[in-house]
Design a protein around this ligand. Sequence first.
Ligand code: HEC
Length: 137
Amino acid sequence: MKRGLVCLTLVLAANVWAIDISMPPTKSAATANVERGRKLLISRQETGCVLCHKIPGMKEGGDMGPSLSALSQRMSADQIRQRIADWRAVNPQTFMPAYFSSKGLHNVAKPQMGKTVLTEQGLEDIVAYLLDATKGP
Ligand code: HEC
């Protein structure tokens, strides 16, 4: 009985930790630009975000991932940043690509090895757009 309680507490604590996992702003946050973020989000070539997500302010959008509407009402900027940078920290089996991490990726083409999909500035530009576009009425 006591053991069960300890296990339950550990499971709950682990879940709270997983939900709260977040990435603080990088130094490029100070120069984040909403318009650059919009261009990156909509670019199938550079990010492919619209392949899987419906995004406020954009006509195109797929539904392999959740809609990003009202995002800023559901999570903080730091949580959004973490989800784009590397969602594997929350869900190791995720279908969402890690856009700001090169760790643990296999069979990456040689010229891309060790590189991240987004630059630090690109990541911050996207976070800025998503916050701006989903801040509500
Ligand atoms: C191949 C499909 C795919 C692509 C491409 C993709 N995502 Fe995702 N995304 C997902 C999935 C699936 C989830 C749900 C994560 C999970 O459950 O593992 C998700 C979750 C998210 C979340 C959290 C949403 C929520 O409501 O919990 C954000 C924010 C996000 N993605 C932003 C982006 C951005 C920005 C890009 C482009 C830089 C992008 N995604 C590209 C599939 C994708």
